[in-house]
Design a protein around this ligand. Structure first.
Ligand code: XMP
Length: 514
């Protein structure tokens, strides 16, 4: 199927994925490509528009990422953002220089509303700026379409050629009318009609998977997380019983979670597929016995997971396809699409098994951002509680029990966590924080219950607000909510006699405890 596409050319900016997401929010499909991509490749992509990202360099310096002038004469509109704007200016013969006055943060910008880019935008509008260099002189053929107090060229354009340069970042939410500007570019300038819609993506994916798989056999490792669940449902709709989902219950899931996954995907659930649940709790607990070091625990859980999965796969025999729940940020971060460096490589339960006999991998969510995966999940009829699940680490409660993991400790943390979740939900705080859970510390301390001395464990409650999970703040949960949860936990969870609230942000802590 031919779909309208805007190509983001990445010069190493921190907002590359954000630009693509914002454009997709306008219902226009958008892909990120490195600035090193050959011009012929770009031409072949047949984009309706091109966006050049920001980047950390100075475009006039030797060795800075650059592009050829041909990029601007493909007959395709180009929007340069920040570094991209400066590069466009530099390559086309304008002048970029170090700014005397560095602009950073929310800045008032005066725009020419006759510009197609600023149609419908207020004459004075707040934009997000972050630059050391500035456009001293626009390239020949360009006129100035916005300025600030200190920046004579906040935007410039060559309308006939379809070339637009903006010094600020329309993709960042602090730019109050940034969405309008990106929409203006995609629709008004590039002539897109907005054919990127989740219902058609789902329909099209089902059709192409069905064609590809034919009557081949497909194997999927289901974790119950959003990505693998959506991938499984998509496959199930496409190939039905030719799909086998293996769900490894490693005994480190939240309370009742294993049964919840089974209720959705198992024989009495809504989907047509083969569902195999492996109850491997005891295996994991016995492998974890004596392990106290966080990385060692993660490694044990990851390896054991693959081993269990392989054993199940061997019983099934050769399959044609293996499903992976890879999503677009994984693709970009692994360096396939853009230029940004890997910030953090989370190791996940469910890495690629070595000994599973399959011919090809299917990655049905490879093109989707997380929020699009959720949208696809809803479109496919997955229950909202599954679609909007908070993130849960692959090694599960293994990293929420500080020190050695035992079945008894898993029970404690599961029960405490269930109470904490219930109380937060009852107070409406589950919607206001981005991740929340209980962890079990490795500390025992003296308490008194009834008239008895106790020497029991301390549970730590955590709730954080974050947008990207790279940094986070501890949420200011009302005292009475914490108090209610505390009371219930010490009363209902055996061998817990103390409850602590984690006030630490990330950094210096991390969200999980290990
Ligand atoms: P940290 O603890 O590093 O966590 O601040 C950041 C976010 O990542 C989740 N997390 C993981 N997710 N596999 C995952 O899929 C993992 O090994 C893993 N470790 C942490 C964590 O829950 C938080 O949302």
């Amino acid at each position: 199927m031919i779909r309208e596409m805007v190509a983001v050319i990445d010069f190493g900016g921190q907002y590359n994925q954000l630009i693509a997401r914002r454009v997709r929010e306008c219902n226009v499909y958008c892909e990120i490509h490195s600035y090193k991509t050959d011009i012929e490749e770009i031409r072949k992509l047949n984009p309706k528009g091109i966006i050049l990202t920001g980047g950390p360099n100075s475009c006039y310096e030797e060795g800075a990422p650059t592009c050829g002038a041909e990029l601007f004469s493909l007959g395709v509109p180009v929007l340069g953002i920040c570094y991209g704007a400066q590069l466009m200016t530099h390559v086309l013969g304008g002048k970029v220089d170090k700014a005397d006055f560095r602009e950073y943060g929310r800045i008032e910008v005066s725009v020419d509303t006759a510009s197609p880019l600023f149609s419908g935008v207020n004459e004075k509008t707040i934009c997000w700026m972050s630059h050391n260099d500035y456009i001293a002189e626009p390239a020949p053929g360009f006129s100035i379409s916005a300025h600030t107090e200190h920046c004579p060229v906040a935007a410039a354009e060559n309308r006939e050629a379809g070339l637009y340069a903006v010094q600020f970042h329309p993709e960042v939410l602090h730019t109050q009318e940034g969405r309008t500007m990106l929409r203006n570019f995609a629709y008004g300038v590039c002539g897109c009609s907005g054919d990127w819609k989740m219902d058609s993506f789902v329909e099209e994916s089902i059709r192409t998977i069905r064609e590809k798989v034919g009557d081949g056999k497909v194997l999927c490792a289901l974790s119950g997380g959003v990505d693998s669940s959506v991938a499984a449902v998509l496959l199930s709709k496409a190939v039905g019983k030719n799909l086998t989902c293996v769900f490894v219950d490693h005994g480190l899931l939240r309370k009742n979670e294993g049964d919840e996954v089974e209720a959705v995907f198992g024989p009495s659930g809504d989907y047509d597929l083969h569902f195999i649940r492996v109850n491997a709790q005891e295996r994991f607990y016995s492998r974890l016995r004596g392990a106290t070091e966080p990385e060692e625990k993660r490694k044990i859980i990851g390896e054991e997971f693959i081993r269990v999965f392989e054993e199940e796969a061997k019983k099934i025999g050769a399959v044609d396809f293996l499903v992976q729940g890879t999503i677009y940020p994984d693709v970009v971060e692994s360096g396939v699409g853009g230029e940004s460096t890997v910030i953090k490589s989370h190791h996940n339960v469910g890495g690629l098994p070595d000994y599973v006999d399959f011919k090809e991998i299917i990655e049905p969510l490879r093109m989707l951002f997380k929020d699009e995966v959720r949208e696809a999940g809803l479109e496919l009829g997955l229950p909202p509680h599954l679609v909007f699940r908070q993130p849960f680490p692959g090694p599960g409660l293994g990293v929420r029990i500080v020190g050695e993991v035992t079945a008894e400790k898993v029970r404690m943390v599961q029960d405490a966590d269930a109470i904490w979740r219930e109380e937060l939900a009852a107070a409406g705080w589950d919607k206001k924080v981005n991740q929340y859970f209980a962890a079990l510390t490795n500390m025992r301390s003296v308490g008194v219950m009834g008239d008895e001395r106790t020497y029991d464990y301390a549970v730590a409650l955590r709730a954080v607000t974050t947008t990207d999970f790279m940094t986070a703040e501890s949420a200011e949960i009302p005292w009475e909510v914490i108090g209610r949860a505390t009371n219930r936990i010490v009363n209902e969870v055996e061998h817990v006699n103390r409850v602590l609230y984690d006030c630490t942000g990330k950094p210096p802590a991390t969200i999980e405890f290990e």
